[in-house]
Design a protein around this ligand. Structure first.
Ligand code: SF4
Length: 360
């Protein structure tokens, strides 16, 4: 870790606030009627996800769940349905759990105290700070990925954030930079700077309001800061999914366990070998063929591994019943139920309709 910076934090905050008035983002859907609930949902959706991707999801979500009460009253399947395709589904499950907790423990009103907000499922220190700063103008620092990048570069903080001392230095800097007034504007401004100017690759230092005092720019280390986390070796997993199709064209889906990849979403039944899939089909489904037919594989990239899915088509004669009605169902693409479906499964269902000649 390098020595702490010597740029004035007050000048830094003032310059960013000034820049934001002219160049910041002012018309995003969650910037209208900034309630804690609306900011909360936007902050969760924006984790690991670009603004342009989030906007349509956010608008649909707000239409269906305009407040905590509506979210708490909805079945989890409805929430996952609206989240389908956005990825990182633990975020949606935690939103729903947190809404239930707010309904039960906070009289249905979003809590006001920082500790109570940070204690909700899926909300850490930075998100709690952002919610309270943006919706209520309360002075709390934030340290999401964008802000970490701006502060590391501007104040020349090297070292991985997996190092506790580095993280504490950045939190202390964030706290120092957060002004006593106009906290909501500063918070939005520093997030916007990280998202639009001080971006990961090729930051636009020429148009940066704090370039004159930026340690990374002065030393030409924009691409070294923030120091990357130690790289994890990327894994590759192969699975087989049984694409069981009934006589009427409906496809067998299975709800995945809450924990793990695509937790709580609906998928084709998954197996580690093709033989296991064939055994399941013979045992559990009426009129299933002895050997399901392999279809073109689908590849999906997760953060730390790649998943290769080989679908195995089993066209069942007649109207096979669901093996376990609580955890499995026959999915009708023509009248789809409101369920959470991972993007690769949606793709497989579309392909399947083409292969079996059934259109959704
Ligand atoms: S000068 Fe460049 S590296 Fe420094 S904060 Fe601005 S955009 Fe980031």
């Amino acid at each position: 870790m390098t020595a702490r910076p010597r740029a004035s934090v007050r000048d830094f905050s003032a310059a960013i606030i000034d820049w934001h008035a002219r160049h910041g983002r002012h018309d995003l859907p969650w910037q209208r009627r900034r309630t804690a609930y609306r900011v909360w949902v936007s902050e969760i959706m924006l984790q690991q996800t670009q603004v342009a991707t989030v906007i349509p999801y956010y608008q649909r979500f707000m239409q269906r769940f305009p407040g905590v009460g509506a979210l708490a009253a909805a079945p989890l399947d409805d929430v996952l349905h609206l989240w389908s395709g956005l990825g990182y589904y633990a975020r949606a499950r935690n939103l729903h759990r947190a809404a239930l907790r707010i309904a039960a423990g906070h009289g249905g009103r979003f809590p006001r105290r920082f500790e109570a907000v940070a204690d909700l499922p899926g909300i850490g220190r930075s998100t709690a700070g952002a919610i309270l700063a943006l919706s209520r103008g309360e002075r709390f620092p934030i340290l999401d990925g964008n802000v970490r990048r701006v502060l590391s570069r501007h104040f020349g903080v090297a070292g991985s954030v997996s190092d506790r001392a580095v993280l504490e230095t950045l939190w202390a800097l964030s706290d120092e930079c957060t002004p006593a007034e106009r906290v909501d504007v500063y918070t939005q401004a520093v997030m916007d700077l990280g998202a639009t100017v001080c971006i990961r690759r090729n930051p636009s230092c020429m148009s940066c309001p704090v370039s004159a005092t930026c340690a990374a720019r002065q030393t030409g280390r924009q691409h070294e800061l923030p120091s990357p986390k130690p790289a994890r070796k990327r894994r590759r997993r192969q699975v087989f999914m049984l694409a069981a199709v009934r006589g009427d064209g409906d496809v067998l889906l299975e709800r995945r366990p809450e924990k793990g990849v695509w937790g709580g979403l609906w998928c084709l039944p998954e197996f580690t070998t093709a033989a296991q899939a064939a055994y399941y089909a013979r045992r559990m489904l009426q009129g299933a063929p002895a050997r399901p037919v392999p279809l073109e594989p689908v590849e999906h990239a997760f953060t730390h591994f790649d998943l290769l899915i080989t679908p195995l088509l089993a066209q069942c004669s007649g109207s096979a019943s669901a093996p376990d009605p609580a955890q499995t169902l026959w999915y009708c693409a023509r009248e789809p139920a409101r369920l959470g479906l991972p993007a690769p499964i949606r793709l497989l269902l579309e392909r399947l309709a083409g292969v079996t000649g059934r259109q959704g």
